[in-house]
Write a protein that binds this ligand. Structure first.
Ligand code: KIV
Length: 252
């Protein structure tokens, strides 16, 4: 899979399947299963490292997990998140994006629209492919006061559309739309030539992304409403642990 393949897929109406991965075995399994893009998301802070939100994730965390994912992947594109406060200036964005690429990522993702177009342009000019992220921005969850649906008023929808044009013009190769009202996500998907990848943003996006832990039931303490669970791994772990516990304790 190359970056131009992605725009070709959109032109042909083929959808993109994107899942998060944070470790070698999961990355290898998802890659072998044919998933198009593996996102080393900063969601790792919540579902792997146990932080309350993604603002606690550092560059060191991202480098460690990106390298593990890269060791498991042969064909999928690997996109790594630039974590909170790691891209406050174009220079900082460039330096940290280069570190993620050196760890094995093929591209980086950052959160923000028009306000971040300059940073996206600087990365793109340096040959670093950028996936943008609009709608609900988890790194701003504290200011936003929670994970809320975006684009509910005509003004908010127009601002999202303007952001989408800004990040495309700045050179992004794709954009995540998180918790964007479905009809607004549809309008953005039609307006852009780069693929939109939705999460909780309806079926009209050019692809869908999920946190793998939500897909496979590995984080049972919270599952977003939009996530369809296709396995119950937490339950399987509990069953196996109980069996081992019983087996071990019952030997006299
Ligand atoms: O960090 C992450 O996993 C993400 C997805 C939710 C898109 O940004």
């Amino acid at each position: 899979m190359t970056f131009t393949d992605l725009t070709d897929l959109k032109r042909r109406g083929e959808k993109l399947a994107v899942l998060t991965a944070y470790d070698y075995p999961t990355a290898r399994l998802l890659d072998e299963s044919g998933i198009d893009i593996l996102l080393v998301g900063d969601s790792l802070g919540m579902v792997v490292l146990g932080f309350p939100d993604t603002t606690h994730v550092t560059m060191e965390h991202m480098l460690h997990h990106t390298a593990a994912v890269a060791r498991g992947v042969q064909r999928a594109l690997i996109v790594a998140d630039l974590p909170f406060a790691s891209y406050d200036t174009p220079e900082q964005a460039l330096a940290n994006a280069r570190r993620l690429l050196a760890a094995g990522a093929h591209a980086v993702k950052l959160e923000g629209g028009t306000s971040h177009a300059g940073r996206i342009a600087a990365l793109t000019a340096a040959g670093i492919p950028v996936m943008a992220h609009l709608g609900m921005l988890p790194q701003s969850v504290r200011e936003e006061g929670g994970y809320k649906l975006k684009g509910k008023t005509p003004e908010a929808a127009a601002a999202l559309l303007a952001d989408a044009h800004a990040i495309e013009n700045a050179g992004s190769f794709a954009v995540v739309l998180e918790l964007v009202k479905a009809d607004v996500a549809q309008r953005i998907s039609t307006a852009l030539s780069i693929p939109t990848i939705g999460i909780g943003s309806g079926p009209a996006c050019d692809g869908q992304v999920l946190v793998t832990h939500d897909l496979i039931g590995l984080f049972p303490w919270f599952t977003p409403k939009f996530a369809r669970q296709h396995a119950q791994v937490a339950a399987a772990i509990r069953t196996a642990a109980a069996a081992f516990l019983h087996e071990t304790k019952s030997v006299i």
